[in-house]
Design a protein around this ligand. Structure first.
Ligand code: 1HN
Length: 345
């Protein structure tokens, strides 16, 4: 049991006033709050955003607010534990559902926070990142790393929706968040996902000198799904059939701050993830999965999203005994590892 420390009220008022006048604060009344015993204080509440409830409100935003008045038409998935107005899913993760209607264009800009998009539904939209035109299809992951120009367009017939994941809360907290507007980009030849199309063989550097820090921007879902199915077939005893989205040149995490993964749950499988320090986000691409954390269980259906606080075990259960399930996961692991605070318990 930690020793109880002196309170602010224990100090004479004139002494407190003298401190305040000199912008001084005694540490001991706040020491236990900033450094609690064993487990950090977490504002992040386990929260579920069912797609079926948010979709009508997102489509309504399409009627209420023209794209010119929004630039990006997004409903933010805000964690009530952090205060909705702070637009955080977790300490370092921002989540938003973005709607682009046929014919609309979201103009080019670049900014310091890193973003990814996980395509939720609709065909025919594309995003141009650093001059590369990336078609958007359900389950695709498209990177928009820090500093790269990006804009979105839509040549299809139906509304397109995607999930944006950004490290905005962290970059904003660092007082390093800003954007720059730009002109429409000229689309360049070639695409990273065609150059780096198979794990194990990469373009020979002698002939193909990539000067890009992010050689692969689009990770097509057909390839990621096929990799998971092959991995499960190859190693039938493997419990955690999961892949990490990486930079294919370096093998590092695809982006600097947040980590991205795709997980396959076999029919009927229950998977217990140990308590680890980073917060996590789960987005269901395919199937039916229960996500259990603390005293809550979220019955995810396709396109649902939920988040869980760090330092808690999470159990995932495939509700189907016949079909596999596929989950997209985002977490704060790269950040925790770089800062040296990453833990598994
Ligand atoms: C942004 O640039 C996009 O480009 C989406 O689609 C969401 C949220 C906060 C800051 C920038 C986009 C964003 C964002």
């Amino acid at each position: 049991m930690s020793q109880e420390l002196g309170r602010l009220e224990d100090l004479p008022q004139d002494y407190r006033d003298d401190l305040k006048a000199l912008n001084l604060v005694p540490l001991w009344p706040s020491l236990r709050a900033v450094l609690p015993p064993r487990v950090p204080t977490r504002a992040t509440l386990a929260t579920h955003w069912p797609y079926a409830s948010l979709k009508p409100l997102l489509l309504k935003a399409g009627e209420l607010t023209p794209i010119e008045k929004a630039e990006r038409r997004v409903l933010v998935l805000a964690n009530p534990g952090h205060g909705l107005e702070n637009m955080k899913a977790s300490p370092a993760m921002y989540l938003g559902m973005q709607l682009l209607l046929p014919g609309e264009w979201a103009p080019s800009h670049r900014h310091t926070p890193n973003a990814v998009r996980m395509i939720v539904e609709g065909e025919g939209a594309y995003t141009t990142v650093d001059g590369e035109k990336c078609p958007m299809s359900r389950g695709d992951l498209i990177l928009t790393p820090t500093g790269l120009w990006h804009e979105h367009g839509h040549d299809g017939k139906d509304p397109v929706v995607w999930l944006d994941v950004l490290d905005l809360p962290l970059v904003y907290y660092m007082e390093a968040s800003y954007h720059v507007d730009g002109a429409r980009q000229t689309v360049k030849q070639g695409s990273g996902d065609r150059a780096w199309t198979r794990a194990g063989v990469v373009p020979t550097t002698m002939f193909h000198r990539s000067d890009k820090r992010y050689p692969m921007l689009r990770y097509p879902w057909v390839d990621t799904r096929a990799a998971l199915v092959a991995m499960a077939a190859n190693e039938p005893d493997l419990d955690c059939v999961q892949v990490t989205y990486v930079n294919p040149e370096t093998g590092d995490d695809a982006e600097n701050i947040l980590g991205f993964y795709a997980l396959m749950l076999k029919p009927g499988q229950t998977l217990s993830l140990p308590a680890r320090s980073p917060s996590q986000v789960f987005h269901l691409i395919e199937g039916a999965v229960d996500v259990a954390v603390l005293d809550k269980t979220f019955p995810l259906v396709e396109a649902d999203t939920c988040c869980t606080p760090g330092y808690e075990a999470v159990t995932l259960k495939n509700r189907s005994a016949e079909e596999p399930a596929f989950v997209f996961i985002a977490d704060e692991s790269p950040l925790h590892r770089k800062l040296g605070v990453y833990e598994t318990r």
